[in-house]
Write a protein that binds this ligand. Structure first.
Ligand SMILES: NC(=O)c1ccc[n+]([C@@H]2O[C@H](COP(=O)([O-])OP(=O)(O)OC[C@H]3O[C@@H](n4cnc5c(N)ncnc54)[C@H](O)[C@@H]3O)[C@@H](O)[C@H]2O)c1
Length: 252
């Protein structure tokens, strides 16, 4: 019987796979038939033969390249799907940002997605079995790219996420001729350990009511759903686009 699931027979790399959003993306890809190399600096959960955890530190270019090499080896071929969800949220007020804070955000949120994608594209070009297969890259940015609204001292984080939007568009333009699509998802405030506004639940709830038309946090599975749309052939004519998933935050 033919397997009609969207990712049957597809190989995927997901970074940040041990985190809230990354893990949800892995679950969704696997539920639709993909085999996944789950990259994170902490070991990602593996619930069977479709998920292969790859422990790696993406904060250096070499680390990103090595992680992709390892991922391609465990997948048994080049990746058809690359999702960069690894991220850090290093906060400091503008006057206090130092080189360490700055570099942490830029290295992991902006540089790593590029070098992961570059290595995955090179692996695809070198793999004869990947010839003619579509490839999709999905990067996870943030509404912080457009707006600094949560009251956090997120200037350096926001700059990294805005850079990721521009980077994704350039990837889309440059690689379209090779059958590669690249898109970016910009989540609003999602219920993971990264979120700080709910440290004080009372003011967090008031903030959500005042600023987010849907008046609630997003769930990681709601981000996974849009990532998997962009990664799938349902989005075969979509490249260089930004998909905002924020409960309406950008509308207000
Ligand atoms: N949670 C939100 O509200 C929100 C909103 C917008 C965008 N995002 C973005 O979504 C992505 C996922 O965030 P999340 O909410 O799941 O946070 P999370 O902290 O749960 O997950 C982030 C993951 O990235 C991994 N990581 C960090 N540095 C790494 C490194 N050097 N090498 C390898 N792995 C590393 C962490 O180990 C962690 O598992 C991030 O890029 C984040 O910026 C999150």
């Amino acid at each position: 019987m033919t397997d009609n699931r969207r990712f049957a027979g597809r190989r995927a790399i997901v970074t940040g796979a041990a985190g809230g959003i990354g893990a949800a993306i892995v679950r969704r890809l696997v539920s639709e038939g993909a085999m996944v190399a789950a990259i994170d600096r902490s070991a990602a959960a593996s619930d069977g033969s479709q998920v292969h955890p790859v422990v790696a530190d993406l904060s250096t270019v070499e680390g990103a390249r090595t992680a992709v090499d390892e991922a391609v080896a465990v997948l048994g071929g080049a990746a058809d799907i690359v999702v960069s969800a690894a991220g850090v949220y290093v906060l400091a007020a503008a006057a206090a940002v130092d080189e360490t804070d700055w570099n942490a955000n830029q290295d992991i949120n902006l540089r790593a997605p590029f070098f992961v994608a570059q290595a995955a594209v090179a692996a695809r070009a070198a793999d004869p079995s990947a010839k003619g297969r579509p490839m999709a890259i999905v990067n996870i940015s943030s509404t912080g790219a457009y707006r600094s609204g949560t009251g956090d001292a997120a200037l350096s984080y926001s700059a990294s996420k805005a850079g990721l939007v521009a980077l994704t568009r350039s990837m889309a333009a440059e690689w379209a001729g090779q059958g590669i699509r690249a898109n970016v998802v910009t989540p609003g405030v999602i219920d993971t350990s990264m979120v700080r506004i709910m440290d004080d639940p009372e003011s967090g709830t008031a903030w959500l009511k005042a600023r987010v038309p849907m008046a609630r946090l997003g769930r990681p599975d709601e981000i996974a759903a849009v990532v998997c749309f962009l990664a799938s052939d349902d989005a075969s004519y979509v490249t260089g686009s930004e998909l905002v998933a924020d409960g309406g935050y950008m509308c207000r």
